[in-house]
Design a protein around this ligand. Structure first.
Ligand SMILES: [Cu+2]
Length: 214
């Protein structure tokens, strides 16, 4: 009988070699507990298992819903500075996953929305129009809200990065692909989730036009 010894860290057992026996079985590799995350990535963690679950469901599902279709916007400030990207991805359930990967924003609490016109050409980004509104009122504090284009405020810390995913089950592909497109807008202030028509969120400081993804 081979003798057992404990592996470092308590993960499983390995057998000690006997005279003339097979070589010892190596200790199993313990699961990775800590991995250096890029700064600002912490906010994504609670939702990442969902993406992992979709990927784990099989290559076909992962391919059809996580890499094909969807939309991406390159976000720019009023000075033309690049602030990263926002993607909208359809999923099997019909819920959209909106992912923000932004940098260089002001600190504070900032409103972010999906606006109804894919046009960031105006200096103040007014060309993006109002929110993607459907038949709803603005804001989760409105009884008949929120807009499909409403999103939770984001809170960039020093350095101005925001990396987060949101579920959005009110937004439809038709809203993203109508004739005049759609845009992502960052505001200078917070959305109060209540004021009509746009949450009293202040100036538009960054904008990106959604384009279909490969
Ligand atoms: Cu807005």
């Amino acid at each position: 009988m081979p003798t057992l010894r404990r592996c470092p860290g308590g993960y499983g057992d390995a057998t000690e070699p006997m005279q003339g026996a097979e070589p010892p079985r190596p200790c199993p590799v313990p699961p990775e507990r800590t991995r250096a995350a890029p700064k600002g990535a912490q906010a994504m963690r609670p939702i990442l298992p969902v993406a992992a679950a979709l990927l784990a469901a099989g290559p076909a599902l992962a391919e059809s819903h996580m890499s094909q279709g969807g939309w991406i916007a390159e976000v720019q400030g009023r000075d033309g500075a690049a602030h990263g990207t926002v993607t909208v991805e359809p999923t099997a359930s019909g819920t959209m996953v909106v992912e923000l990967d932004l940098a260089g924003l002001p600190t504070g609490t900032l409103a972010v929305h999906l606006h109804e016109t894919g046009d960031c050409s105006a200096e103040d980004f007014s060309s993006a129009g109002g929110h993607i509104a459907g038949d709803a009122s603005h804001g989760v504090e409105s009884a008949d809200g929120p807009h499909p284009g409403d999103l939770p405020n984001v809170l960039p810390e020093e350095g101005g990065a925001v990396q987060v995913q949101f579920f959005n089950d009110r937004l439809t592909g038709e809203m993203m692909t109508d004739a005049d497109g759609a845009a992502f807008v960052v505001h200078a202030g917070a959305d109060d989730y209540e004021s009509q028509p746009a949450g009293d969120a202040g100036d538009r400081i960054a904008c990106g036009v959604f384009e279909p993804r490969e």
